[in-house]
Design a binder for this molecule. Structure first.
Ligand code: NAD
Length: 400
């Protein structure tokens, strides 16, 4: 268990504690670990800033490191992140492996003195969060979690204008929706494992099983590799709730209870374990509830978070917000923000590597978002409502 002090306040990163103070024009020696879809995309954003020098890339699949080297000419390829971390001079790493590897690689990188940008969800298991937070604090490293909403102007502006200003009034419910990604049969090819793919290393700490293309190509469909839609989509949206509902009096970054129901309703008979449809309800200490729903097919309302207040409703996604006052006839206020907010998040990380400040989606914030999502997964699996102590970070015994 982390106290709040350990979690946030004791986290002053100082330039003095950092052995290699970077100048404004120095390129940061950088590496990518996990060269799949997200890794290559975010590494490309890092490259576009011209603030990094990609010196190394790592993946368990040779085809993926080949692609990464094609994108970052001159980068040295690795299969094992521990060998990459031995490379002299690296300052920062981007971790974009599947979720079951986040903890081990993040801790190894932090212990090796690197600043870390690790994709969301920070963790696959609740107990992993405090361990990663501790590694970041003990080593005095910047650790940004890939929850880009924290740096997006659309979110920052809407929070100031409608929530912090009090304009929305009392917010008693937040509605989170993100559909899609689970309405297709899982891949069955390649039937033979590619020779240049280290399957055992891909499995890492998980129980050994023979090559399974579905598990390699769609880890999100299996609950031992990740947390399904609750952590894949839900961690993002729950973090938006935490971001908007935090106040000096109440962090509101962990629920008092979580309950979830759902299932594998599209029966593809392909062995998936993550529900394709899930519906979760959370109760927060600040006196509000949060719902999250995700259907298999993306044919419902578009992805969004909506804050329901006594004076109006604030609807928000990555590219726009809409405010509707409760008064009849009031014109809605709609603001659009084109472009991908990930660029703003990457820039915040790079700024913090230089300033040694805490990043917008600091590791503790990432831990709390994943924790909330994982509590709902526990409820789904155990078919019971989970009661939680946000301070002690403990599941409470059932009481009527
Ligand atoms: N922030 C966002 O909006 C966002 C969007 C998409 C994905 N993500 C996150 O990014 C991560 C990766 O997702 P993806 O869609 O790119 O998955 P992916 O399957 O396309 O890529 C994962 C890559 O990691 C590699 N890998 C697995 N174990 C490894 C290890 N031990 N060392 C090195 N490489 C290893 C795999 O071979 C693969 O190339 C996930 O955690 C996901 O949740 C975040």
């Amino acid at each position: 268990m982390l106290t709040r002090r350990e979690g946030i306040q004791a986290a002053a990163l100082t330039a003095l504690s950092y052995s290699r103070v970077l100048g404004a024009n120095d390129r940061i020696p950088f590496a990518l670990i996990g060269c799949g879809e997200r890794g290559l995309y975010v590494a490309g954003i890092f490259q576009k800033t011209t603030q990094v020098d990609v010196r190394a890339v790592c993946d368990v699949f040779g085809d993926r490191t080949d692609k990464a080297v094609a994108q970052a000419a001159g980068a040295q390829p690795f299969t094992d992140h521990r060998r990459l971390l031995e490379m002299k001079g690296l300052e920062a790493v981007l971790i974009a492996t599947p979720d079951h590897w986040h903890k081990a690689i993040a801790i190894d990188a932090l212990n090796a003195g690197k600043d870390v940008y690790v994709e969301k969800p920070l963790t696959r298991l609740r107990e992993e969060g405090p361990e990663i937070v501790r590694a970041a604090r003990v080593n005095n490293r910047v650790c940004q979690v890939g929850m880009q909403q924290r740096s997006g102007d659309v979110y920052l502006e809407a929070r100031e204008r409608y929530v912090r200003s009090g304009l929305l009034g009392k917010i008693s419910h937040v509605d989170c929706v993100w559909h899609g990604g689970a309405n297709q049969a899982l891949p069955t090819e390649p039937a033979q494992k590619p020779a240049n793919l280290d399957w055992v290393r891909f499995l890492g700490a998980l129980k050994y099983r023979d090559w399974n293309p579905a598990q390699y190509l769609d880890f999100r469909a299996f609950l031992d590799f990740g947390g399904g839609k609750l952590t894949d989509f839900g961690a993002h949206w729950l973090d938006v709730v935490h971001m908007f509902m935090a106040s000096d009096a109440m962090p509101n970054d962990a629920p008092l209870s979580a309950v979830a129901a759902g299932g594998v309703y599209y029966d593809f008979h392909d062995g998936r374990t993550a529900p394709d449809t899930i519906s979760a309800l959370f109760e927060y200490p600040g006196g509000f509830t949060v719902s999250f729903i995700s259907l298999a097919v993306d044919n419902g309302p578009e992805y969004h978070v909506e804050f329901l207040g006594s004076n109006g409703r604030l609807y928000i996604n990555r590219n726009r917000y809409e405010f509707r006052a409760v008064e009849k006839g009031a014109e809605p206020v709609i603001q659009r923000f084109p472009g991908d907010i990930t660029g703003q998040h990457v820039r915040n990380f790079l700024d913090c590597c230089r300033s040694r400040k805490l990043p917008n989606a600091d590791v503790y914030i990432g831990h709390r978002a994943a924790q909330a999502a994982l509590l709902a997964n526990q409820s789904y699996l155990e078919k019971r409502r989970i009661r939680f102590d946000p301070q002690r970070e403990e599941v409470l015994p059932f009481s009527a």
